[in-house]
Ligand binder design. Sequence first.
Ligand code: PRP
Ligand code: URA
Length: 210
Amino acid sequence: MKENVTLIKHPLIQHKLTMLRDKNTSSKDFRELVNELSMLMAFEVTRNLPVEDVEIETPICKTVGKCLSGLDVAIVPIMRAGMGMVEGMLSLIPNAKVGHIGLYRNEETIEPIEYYCKLPSDISKRLVIVTDPMLATGGSLRDAITMLKNRGAVNIKAMILVATETGINEVLKYHPDIEIYTISIDEGLNEKSYIVPGLGDAGDRLFGTK
Ligand code: PRP
Ligand code: URA
């Protein structure tokens, strides 16, 4: 395992991922599972956020506790499917700002096509957490990170549900400075560049399209 890749393993996560992979899971349940998995992953992705001492008074006495300090967060979903991971993140980091990057894979070339980008104006000062359920060939995440860097982002982590070795290698070849968090590194890609075993088309399953 590369040092900037974290594979998060937990029984709750493994259970929910199996439900997510199941082709009989409805769009409603799929959305809920993506939301819950994002919350569970957020716990790990934000593990190193800086904290500072804060004096407070409990009903019993004065004490010093820890509060988040200094580093603000931006959550940046890669549309469409990455949007399914935003709500779960925001429930844990309610003060985060949310940017959006629009990319879709051309079905023939499998290369990502850019169609949208709107980011917080202070993106360079924030920890940027890019969300996308799928890291297949790696083209979409590679280009999303390039777009972020071109607009000033320097501190970037990616939160992926299902990844492949190929996708991870592609992203880290161009962006060795970023960190990738995932809950599975699957076997590989099929002839249409879908992840095997994967979970199918995440955007279609989230939004009930196709
Ligand atoms: C999916 C997925 C990733 C991308 C991964 O998006 O959400 O963004 O494919 O594939 P890659 O690693 O080979 O680039 P898709 O292009 O299907 O768009 P959608 O989210 O709008 O459905
Ligand atoms: N995008 C998806 O939604 N699923 C895959 O398996 C690959 C790319």
